[in-house]
Structures are given as structure tokens and as C-alpha cells.
Design a protein. Structure first.
Length: 421
């Protein structure tokens, strides 16, 4: 039975993958751009520091500043101009110890006071400062002669130049982002084609219905097989007892089997509401559990109402939870048991509780109980595939709730809305 009309599962897969690809491409491009900007700035700082320190260590610069200070322009200006022409820097300012410029790209600024920060001690300093050429990254280094501070060398790169260096990186980031989008969309198209080949144009709800139907058939089939197998075993045992002339024991064996089944049948008959399909499932599951040495007991409240789930989904829900409980109990220590309770809540909802004697679920795994492939079996087991995940989906689909107890015994508590709730 389909649940509503919507996009096909194939289209939903395509949309989800496309969104994921676009988000990934945007994040990747953003990170590349950020890293490019950081790298360009770091490169500018390294260059200005290296050039400033090299000039500060130059014998010509030291001698000129030591002899004439700010009046050494005729000697120092050609040196500064040559460095600007050869190195990737925008300005070189050489000044005396007080900060009076001896060189500058703009000759009108020569003889004026340096606008950047002059360190209190003769150590290099890199900063971003707005000077006569606008905002720039600059490094100032001390010039010393015979242990005496004779001047400073400031080398800078304008922020505009740094920004221009980012453009190639920006284009590369955009290109990588575009390539990711193209590749991702192509992958999403292939995924849509593959999903459509498997599921046609079915919406996700219809696929879940199909899966629930398949799970229901499997569950009922296993239950009927177990019940038939149990009855066959009892019948063979009874026939053997009759052949041995032990008539009373054969009658007791068959009577015990009939009484156990009749007890559950009486509970089903006394229930004024509800779907008999689930009750029939419980009869079969009782035999299936017995095959594995697990005692399955059922408590059916006569007033337990029928939920809004269709019979197929009820079988899928109860069957998967029971399979999981029987698996967990069978893997634990004796006595091995599973208990099922169906009752009415104060809000006229249907409550289903399934407990087992298994080893319980570690605290760090409780949040993963309803993930695909998870089981409450001990660590290392393969799990029941989509069983618990399907149970969660069926309950959520009609606005119910499903929780698991925090402490042993492991108990799943399902609350389902009804027509009266």
C-alpha cells in the first residue's frame, strides 16, 4: 500500500547526491581560497623580511648611513630603485636611526619622517600599515655599524599586490569546484539510473512498503515452518510412544501441546479489538523460539486496540522485533526467554513491549540501535540487515515512538497511534 505521492526514489537519490556535491564543492573552493589568501600573505611577509634583512646587512648601506645618515640619498636611492626593479616588492625605504627617509619611490617623500612603526629595540618587525602608497605589508630591519644603530630599512608590498596574487589561486579554486560539481552530478545521474533500474519510479514510501511486505512474508513463512516442524516432531514422538504401548504418555504429550497453543488462542479470542494476523504470528513465533531453546510468553490485554498500521506492516514490525529478541536471548545464558506484551495506554494508544534475557546493549551502542545492519546480538554477530531500521521507519511513518530501555533486560517499547487516540 503506497504512502502518498512524491518524487521517485531515484529522483530523491539524485537530488540528495547533487546537494551533497554542491555543498562539498563550495566548501572545497572556500577552503582553497582561504588557504590561497593565507599563503599569498605569508609569502609577502617572507619576501619583505628577506629583502629588508639583506639590505640592512649590505656594506654599502651600512657605510652610507654611518657616514651621512638621511643625507646619503645620492648613494642609497639607486640601490633602492634597483631592488624594486628586481625583487617582487613595491617600495624600499632607507632611513636614519631617527626615521628620516633617505630613499622613497616618491622623491617628494625623501627627507620626511617614516610613517610606519619603528621598533623600540633594534629588531626586525613585520606589520600591515597604511602609508603613502596605501595599505601594505612591510618589514622594517635595523642597520647596525660597529654595534651602533645607524638606520633602518623598510621593504613593503601593497595589499593590492597581494590581492592580485590571489587571482590565479581563485581561478584554480573555482575550476576545482566546477570539476567536483560536474563529476558529482555525473555520479548522481548514474546513481539515479541504477536506482531507477532497481526500483523503477516508486517513491521511497512505496519501496518501504515493498520491503515491509517482503519482511512480513519472510516472518510468517519462518513462523509457519517452525510451527509445522514442532507439530511434526510432537506427532512423531506421539506415534513412537503409541507403538511402544505408552498410550497415556502420548496423550499427555499431545495435550500439553494443544493446551499451550489454546492458551494463546484464548487470549486472542478475548481481545475485542486488534488484528488477528499478529496473534497468528505470535503462535508461530512461539514454536520458532522453542526450536532455539527460548521460552516465548505473550501477555495480550483484551482491551488492546488496533493500531493504524496495516496488517503487513504490523507483521513486519512485530516479526523483526521478535526475531531480534529471540536471537539475543538464544545467544545469552540460561534461562533464555522473550516476553511480549500488548496493551492499551491511558491515551487509547497501543503499546507493544518486547523484552529478552540477552546480554543487553552497551551504552555506547544504544544510539546506533536503529541503524541499518545493527542487532542486539553480542559483538561480532552479523545482525539482521534492515530489520530494526525498518521497524523504526514503520513506527515513525505513522507518528508513533520506539525506544529501548537503558538497562537489562533489553526492552523495546513501541507506542502506536490508533483511531481512538
Amino acid at each position: 500500500m503506497a504512502r502518498g505521492i512524491g518524487r521517485s526514489a531515484a529522483s530523491q537519490v539524485f537530488i540528495a547526491l547533487s546537494i551533497a556535491v554542491v555543498v562539498t564543492a563550495l566548501l572545497t573552493s572556500g577552503l582553497l581560497l582561504f588557504e590561497g589568501q593565507r599563503s599569498a600573505r605569508a609569502e609577502a611577509e617572507r619576501v619583505t623580511h628577506a629583502v629588508a634583512q639583506t639590505l640592512a646587512d649590505s656594506p654599502e648601506v651600512r657605510a652610507a648611513l654611518a657616514a651621512d645618515g638621511a643625507r646619503a640619498t645620492p648613494v642609497l636611492q639607486p640601490i633602492a630603485t634597483a631592488v624594486i626593479d628586481d625583487a617582487p616588492v613595491d617600495f624600499v625605504t632607507i632611513m636614519d636611526a631617527d626615521g628620516t627617509r633617505a630613499t622613497h619611490p616618491d622623491p617628494r617623500q625623501i627627507g620626511r619622517t617614516y610613517l610606519g612603526t619603528i621598533p623600540a629595540a633594534p629588531v626586525p618587525l613585520t606589520e600591515e600599515f597604511t602609508g603613502t602608497l596605501g595599505p601594505s605589508l612591510r618589514t622594517i630591519a635595523p642597520v647596525e655599524q660597529d654595534g651602533r644603530l645607524v638606520g633602518w630599512v623598510s621593504v613593503g608590498v601593497t595589499v593590492e599586490t597581494v590581492s592580485a596574487a590571489i587571482v590565479p589561486r581563485l581561478l584554480a579554486a573555482l575550476g576545482i569546484g566546477a570539476a567536483l560539481v560536474i563529476a558529482g552530478v555525473a555520479g548522481a545521474l548514474l546513481a539515479r539510473r541504477f536506482t531507477r533500474r532497481l526500483a523503477g519510479d516508486l517513491p521511497a514510501g512505496e519501496i518501504r512498503d515493498t520491503l515491509a511486505a517482503a519482511e512480513s512474508m519472510r516472518t510468517l513463512g519462518e513462523a509457519l515452518r517452525a510451527q509445522t516442524h514442532e507439530h511434526g516432531n510432537r506427532l512423531h514422538a506421539a506415534v513412537a510412544l503409541l507403538e511402544l504401548g505408552r498410550t497415556e504418555e502420548a496423550i499427555d504429550l499431545l495435550s500439553a501441546s494443544a493446551q499451550r497453543s489454546q492458551s494463546l488462542v484464548d487470549q486472542v479470542t478475548a481481545r475485542s479489538e486488534g488484528d488477528p494476523t499478529v496473534a497468528a504470528l505470535l503462535l508461530g513465533k512461539t514454536a520458532q523460539a522453542a526450536e532455539r531453546g527460548v521460552e516465548l510468553t505473550v501477555d495480550l490485554d483484551p482491551g488492546a486496540p488496533q493500531s493504524l498500521l496495516p496488517p503487513i506492516d504490523q507483521v513486519a514490525l512485530v516479526g523483526n522485533l521478535l526475531d531480534n529478541a529471540v536471537d539475543a536471548a538464544a545467544a545469552g545464558d540460561a534461562p533464555r526467554w522473550v516476553r511480549v506484551r500488548l496493551a492499551r495506554t491511558a491515551e487509547a494508544e497501543l503499546v507493544l513491549e518486547i523484552s529478552d534475557s540477552g546480554p543487553g546493549i552497551p551504552a555506547h551502542l544504544r544510539s546506533r540501535v536503529f541503524e541499518r545492519g545493527f542487532s542486539t546480538k553480542p559483538a561480532g554477530a552479523e545482525g539482521r540487515g534492515v530489520g530494526l531500521a525498518l521497524a523504526r521507519a514503520l513506527v515513525d511513518d505513522i507518528g508513533g515512538s520506539i525506544v529501548i530501555a537503558a538497562h537489562p533486560p533489553t526492552t523495546f517499547r513501541v507506542v502506536l497511534p490508533t483511531e481512538a487516540s
